[in-house]
Design a protein around this ligand. Structure first.
Ligand code: GRG
Length: 299
């Protein structure tokens, strides 16, 4: 029987340890001071660490210790996520001044340094997985190639391009879903994939984890779209109501707020089906259920 710890324990104890390790490793880098500062600034700017949290709870579900190897993989994912946000905020992309309630990286360090900090975080991610002395070689190869695929042209970067290309067109819901899946969903999919690989999930369990992750990722983006309409800048730590002003394709823009909430509800229900299937394989799935409470279903 698994010894369960509460989700609050993850937030209160495991995430601070992880943050300490993450920033410590960046401080130890033998590189230029300005680059290091710029990288650390965004990594410790107060992200929710949702993707690492997914990896940690899945490892816990499989009784896999949250060791240095898990930190390397979860850290790598957070580095890639952070790089994507730094680049997304650049003047050539979304041109945002505020992220996580703080000035964006290029506002503080200038555009060149922000681009280079993003590049450095992206490449360092693969070094961290490759150099881990706890993760097995076969696992490393699987993790690195899947991360490259999901973060690269077929995944997040391609999704960002499709999003930009779609800005002056009205996308169909199917097209929008595909943009979201790649731009936002694919890194979340990596989190559940990595949890399953580290935890030695069976093929059947891995398939259900991916199913859960895909629905979680879609819900994450729909919720972000909804919050851009109903949230305040203080709550979100970034500018809101931008999507509409910038003619972005969003769920509320395409189908309205009420139907966006309905779609969110349906997507969460599908994530619950994956949870039920995982439960049938003997896993304790309470964490996966609790994580769905992140999405506040109003209306
Ligand atoms: C620039 C290559 C490149 C890719 C950018 C991630 C991305 C692709 C764009 C971000 C656009 C965006 C704001 C999407 C909404 C969902 C999302 C990814 C929100 C940010 O993630 P959180 O909420 O951020 O996990 P924190 O700050 O908590 O880490």
């Amino acid at each position: 029987m698994q010894k369960m710890i509460s989700l609050t324990t993850f937030s209160d104890e495991i995430l601070p340890k992880f943050n300490h390790e993450l920033v410590g490793r960046l401080r130890d880098l033998d590189t230029e001071k300005a680059l290091k500062e710029s990288m650390i600034y965004s990594v410790e700017a107060g992200g929710k660490r949702m993707r690492p949290l997914l990896i940690f709870v899945i490892c816990q579900m499989f009784n896999h210790e949250i060791d240095n190897g898990v930190y390397s993989v979860a850290g790598a994912l957070e580095l890639i996520h952070t790089y994507s946000l730094i680049h997304d905020d650049l003047p050539a992309m979304d041109n945002d001044d505020l992220r996580r309630g703080k000035p964006t990286n290029h506002i503080v360090y200038g555009e060149s340094m922000a681009i280079l900090a993003g590049d450095a975080l992206n490449t360092l991610a693969f070094e961290w997985i490759g150099r881990s002395d706890v993760v097995g070689d076969a696992q490393k190869v699987a993790l690195m190639s899947r991360l490259a695929q999901l973060a690269g042209p077929e995944g997040m970067v391609g999704g960002q391009v499709a999003d930009i290309e779609g800005e002056h067109q009205v996308l169909s819901l199917t097209q929008l879903k595909r943009v979201h899946k790649r731009k936002t969903g694919d890194l979340i999919e990596f989190a559940v994939y990595a949890g399953g690989i580290l935890g030695n999930a069976t093929t059947e369990q891995q398939a259900e984890l991916i199913q859960y992750g895909r629905q979680f990722g879609l819900a994450f983006q729909i919720y972000d779209d909804i919050m851009d309409v109903v949230g305040t800048s203080e709550e979100m730590g970034k500018a809101v109501h931008k999507d509409n002003q910038e003619n972005k394709n969003t769920y509320p823009g395409l189908i309205g707020l009420d139907q966006s909430y309905d779609t969110l509800r349906n997507v969460i229900d599908q994530a619950k089906v994956a949870i039920q299937n995982l439960k049938k394989t003997g896993l304790e799935t309470g964490y996966l259920e609790e994580l769905l409470h992140y999405f506040k279903l109003k209306n």
